[in-house]
Design a protein around this ligand. Sequence first.
Ligand code: HEM
Ligand SMILES: [Fe+2]
Length: 765
Amino acid sequence: MKVAKLWISLGLVIAISFAVLGYYGGEIYHSMPPIPKQVVSTDGTVLMTEQDILDGQNVWQSMGGQEIGSVWGHGAYVAPDWSADWLHRESEMLLHRWAQTETGNSYDRLNDDQQALLLSRLKKEMRTNTYDSGSGQITLSPDRAQTFTELSRYYAGLFGHDPQFDKLRDDYAIPSNALKDPARAKALNAFFFWAAWSCAAERPGENVSYTNNWPHEPLVGNTLTGSMVIWSVVSFVLLLAGIGALAWYYATQKHTEGEERFPEKDPLLALSPTPSMKATLKYFWVVTALVVVQAALGAITAHYQVEGSSFYGIPIADWIPYSVTRTWHTQLGIFWIATAWLATGLFVAPAVSGHEPNLQRAGVNFLFVCLLIIVVGSMVGQWFAIQQRLGFTANFWFGHQGYEYVDLGRFWQIFLTVGLFLWLFLMARAIWPALKKGSETRNLLVLFLLASTAIPLFYVPGLMWGQHTHLAIAEYWRWWVVHLWVEGFFEVFATVVMAFLFTRMGLLRVRVATGSVLFSTIIFLFGGIIGTFHHLYFSGTPIGVLAFGAAFSALEVVPLCLIGFEAYENLTLTRARPWVKAYKWPIYFFVAVAFWNLVGAGLFGFFINPPVALYYMQGLNTTPVHGHTALFGVYGTLGIGLMLFCLRGLTTNFEWKTGALRFSFWAINIGLLLMVLLSLLPIGLMQTWASVEHGYWYARSAEFMTRGIIHNFVWLRVIGDSIFTLGLLALGWFILGLKTGWSLKGERVPYLSDKPKAKAVSSRK
Ligand code: HEM
Ligand SMILES: [Fe+2]
């Protein structure tokens, strides 16, 4: 296809997809569960007000929000899903109350007919939507009002320091006195009640609940719906059709290109790093340090699953409880991956144009300092938040927003946004002269700049919610950031940046690269943008979200299924010319990117993607199976590959000793695979079974999660995690050695010649 046509198609895909995304954003306003002005009992007692619910949401956020259990299935996995937990406990309490008052017996001792009668009464009680839009009130029966009071006592005890909950707190990895102020506990209960109410109350005029019947809860009649089945089946068929169409397209493209003519010597050998390029080195040091810290925090977080308040007997939970370590763990992942990419951009830009703008080095150093302040500042704020030392407003701005992957306070978010735009500016001004030349690479450069622009631009939706924004709306915008980054523009950035590097090395022709990168971008964004909705099936959205989400996100998997072509080509490149061997390990990491794109993003992503699957699996251990293999597997390995590529450019004249790097590559990849296959996946599958058989609450309950067999599988994680961590340490060792000299072998042969040079390197460059 002509390049111009490809550009037009890309424009159309983006415009139409965002129109759909925007349209449903508006629809969510109409279909989301209302926050009542008051919840009252039929006798007129006011149980809670709108303000209580909104404050409760803030309390939940200040504790770590989605980093401590989950709500509507989004969040962490050790403590329960509070919406499902509340719903189940409330239902059981009602059944027992009625059984007692009407028969004098406990519910369990009633016969089948009596139980069936109470169950049908329960369904009616819980599903009937008593919200009155005129008065803005939800009215509860006296029994339900009484249950609310009892359940509130339960949660206040759990989040307080009632000793009868010591064991349960340990199972949930919640420290004693997580909430120090009883008023906060009261508000939290209001929020939990409302989140659970939305799961069962039917949407006006429909017979599904606001959360499309999520969670699976047989007691209240929350079961799979017809649309979930239909859209799941449609998504399977679309995926197969997409793969077929793309295979056909590839077949027609094959053999049309002539023999590749690779350069005889390394074109990058002539590269002499400018001051600003050299200044990126410290970014890579920080990347290496952060990745090791992230892994250590991951180990502590995972350990909390077996020992909820300490680490091998050391009582660390008072200082760094689960919600803190998990927050830092997930956030550092984003930070180091982003830092590696930013540094790559800053390194590549002057190299491409041969132009070092004025004060570029100062800009690179300034950005570095800003990034450090953001990393440390946001983490300190989160710590203060979880220690309950901030008021609601201070918490929103500087503490913990409680929304996974965008947990940092609003001030830090804004600071980061500015930093990302500064990065774009620094890069764009360095590339500009090359762009003006209008050479053959122009299209590719424009694409590179566009993909880079998308990174700061799509961080901006993270600023769209406020301190009191409805959860359904906050979730909508949050996924604009998280999903559109990882499944849209990051994929594009990855494709462009790799193609770009290969063209600079003369291993890929610019014309071929331009066409194929544009084509892949269209394919990725076609499924990827509307695919955002696969995170929103059950968070208070209309059925269209489920339908579009299932269908389009299935299409995301199409290019991933055929990514083997790209991986094989990259692998072949390492053998294209002898000089390419110097880039073997960066290229191997790029091959790993493709592997994990297929396995982590494609297979494990699709595993949980159809509505029938996610209905039972959302927020089970099947999610970290996908989360780790996709986020680390694809973008982590890309970050490492890019970093090695730049470090190669910063040590152009030297051969590398690659023993540690080889070990690191295999240990990281095998470790990741074992972490998932030996531990997370089996636990996720057992949980799925429990969720289907008994209800979602059970799959997340302490009762189920502390069973011996689950603990054994949690322990099995140690094998994969250790191998993985050793790989990261070896990487750190190797990178350190580039400075100290132990990773450098001797001077690199400048031309393709068989005269080996054996000059040893005794000190750093
Ligand atoms: C490299 C690309 C991808 C990355 C980095 C990625 C990463 C993630 C992450 C970090 C989460 C959140 C986990 C959590 O809430 O704790 C997630 C959730 C999810 N992803 Fe992906 N993903 C990618 C591609 C895909 C693809 C291709 C699909 C399927 C078509 C997919 C389907 C899902 C679904 C359905 C969820 C929701 C799971 C839940 O809420 O329990 N992802 N992904
Ligand atoms: Fe997604």
